[in-house]
Structure formats: C-alpha cells, structure tokens
Design a protein around this ligand. Structure first.
Ligand code: 2P0
Length: 325
C-alpha cells in the first residue's frame, strides 16, 4: 500500500490563462500570472493498493460519478506510468471553502492530488516537475504548487510548460482579495468549453493574444516596483479583455450577471472616492476585488452593505503546496 496526503491553495489569475494550443497536454496560448490565496484550499489523500479493484474518488465525503472520476483516473494514470505500477487507488478529497458558493476549485484540487501522488509513489518530483504534472489535470492547477505571485510559462511542449514563483520582496503581504460571491441561476459555460469556443470562433481572440504579453510585462513591472495602482489597473484591464472575447464567440456568451456589474460599478465608485481597488473575474459571476490592507475595511464595508455579510469573503496571499502525511 502506498499513501500520501497534501494540501494546496487556490489561486486567482491577475493575467488570465485563456485558450489552449494543445488540449491533450494542456499547453496554453499565453503565459498567465496569479496570486495564491489563503482562504480556499483542498486536502487530498491518495491510497494505491492491490485491495482496490477500481479507482474511487470521494469529494467532501461523497463518492463521485463516472464523469468526475474519469478526470481523476486519467490523472492517476500519469503518475502510475511515471512510477511503473498499475495499482488502483482511492482518492479522498476535502474542499475547505467558507460557504457553498461554487468556489470549489479545480486548481487547488488537482494540485493537491499531484502532491499526494508524488508522496505516495515516492517519485521525488521537484516543484517544477510537480507543476508540470498538475498542469495535465487542470491548467490553473500548475500555479497552485507555489505560494504568492506565480507565473505559468506557456512553453512549447510538456517539459517546458510549468509555473514558477515570481520574486516579489513580499509585496503580496500588503494585499487582500475580497471575494464578492454572486449567485447566478444560469447554467454556466465551463471554463474548458468557454475557452475552446472562444479560441475557435471569437473574432476578438487575436486581439487578446496580441495584448496579453504587454499586460504581463506591466504587471511584472508593478510587482517589481510595488506599484499597487499599476498592478490593479493592469489586472482589471486584462480581465475585462478576457471577458470581452466571449461576447464575440459563436454562439456568444458571458459570465457576467447583473450583480457582477453592480459589484464592478461599486469598485469604480470606491476609486472615485479615493480608495484604490480593482476587480477581476473568472469563468463565473463572482467578482474579486484587489485592495491594499490599508483600505481593506472600506472595501469590506461597501460590499457587505451592497450584498450581504455571507457574500463577502476576504483572502490574503497563501502558501504553496504542503505535504501533510
Ligand atoms: C485562469 N481560468 O487563469 C483562467 C481565467 C478561468 C478564467 O484557469 O481546462 O480549470 O482544466 O485547463 O484551469 C480555469 O480553467 O481549465 C482558468 P482547464 P482551468 O485562472
């Protein structure tokens, strides 16, 4: 029997990953840069044993169906191949998310499973190799191997596409990210399908690709010089551009809901009042607001008034992957 357990934290991209050039290997079209956060994480245990006849996947205590398990089985296969064994496994995963608000993250989940497999099978993979493996489960998971600011180098093949920490002189410790949880009844387009549809059909996609390098350069300059305004403006602009591409897809779609627009407007109003804060959004209606700790309370107050206390969750920079057992 081989056993391992790891914890990984979720991350939010300031420069977005949007589009794949290789779907099987999960090689992205562009580099992305994220901040790992402390508020949401996943703990995953994996046990490989000859007593299992099939692979099983339990998430938050519930045995998962074939579809959810298939992704996990394919991921386990990568590690079985690396270790040269064929034992079936049981995967027990727990998401630590403050409320049930659709924040369960494939980034933290697949990163934790990668760490657990590495330990269980005694592969001795270093963090860069672990990041490559995590990428094969879910692109954004490769960034959750590391804490703080993290850049995913798009690379050109399996070996060259991985994430690594961005030197920051602890700039991230000055920052907070306020999650505004917006419930939306609409059935959402998964990020996997959304990015595929956009790459294949959106006339705006080339515009995205043409500008992302410049945004990335500016964001790295902002980290280097600890320039919060430049950091926030660049993040906000990049996120808006990503979401712009979806409007020109065929058929068009958007992740925004009326409440997302309300939250974005509140951020602009706060700035007018002299409180520097900036928003970003991912493949769903929630809005994430980046602010310095020195102005955190004003942002929290605004959003708890506009929405409710339960809908506002504050995160700070979080650590990289941790091996628990
Ligand atoms: C990101 N997203 O950079 C972007 C921004 C969503 C919007 O990475 O298909 O779950 O498993 O590689 O990593 C979400 O996509 O997609 C994501 P797959 P993933 O955070």
């Amino acid at each position: 029997m081989f056993k391992g357990k790891a914890r990984a934290y979720t991350n939010i991209a300031l420069i977005k990953y949007w589009g794949k050039k290789n779907e099987e290997l999960i090689l992205p079209m562009n580099n992305s840069l994220s901040l790992t956060l402390d508020a949401f994480y996943t703990e995953t245990e994996v046990i490989f044993s000859d007593s299992y006849m099939v692979d099983e996947f339990y998430l938050d205590g519930t045995l998962q169906d074939e579809k959810a398990t298939k992704k996990v089985i394919q991921f386990l296969d990568l590690f079985r191949k690396e270790a040269g064994l064929s034992l079936k496994a049981s995967v027990i995963s727990q998401n630590f998310v403050p409320t049930a608000a659709g924040l369960a993250s494939s980034a933290s989940g697949l990163a934790a499973l990668a760490g657990a497999c590495n330990t269980a099978l005694k592969l001795g993979l270093d963090d860069l190799s672990l990041s490559r493996f995590a990428r094969r489960g879910s692109g954004s998971a490769c960034r959750s191997i590391f804490g703080g600011f993290v850049e995913w180098e798009k690379g050109h093949d399996d070996l060259s596409s991985y994430a690594k920490p961005v030197p920051s002189d602890s700039f991230e410790d000055d920052l907070a990210m306020v999650f505004v949880l917006i419930n939306d009844q609409k059935k959402e387009v998964s990020s996997r399908n959304g990015m595929r549809r956009t790459v294949e059909t959106s006339n705006f996609y080339q515009g995205w690709l043409d500008s992302v390098e410049g945004d990335l350069y500016q964001l790295k300059q902002a980290i280097k010089t600890k320039d919060f305004q430049l950091l926030g403006e660049t993040m906000e602009r990049n996120g808006l551009k990503m979401h712009g591409t979806t409007l020109a897809a065929q058929p068009p779609f958007t992740y925004w809901s009326p409440d997302s627009l309300k939250a974005m407007d509140a951020v602009r109003q706060l700035r007018k009042k002299g409180i520097p804060c900036y928003f970003t959004m991912d493949a769903g209606p929630n809005v994430k607001v980046l602010v310095e700790n020195s102005h955190l309370s004003e942002v929290q107050e605004t959003f708890t008034k506009l929405f409710s206390k339960e809908q506002v969750i504050t995160a700070h920079a979080g650590p990289g992957i941790a091996i628990i057992e």
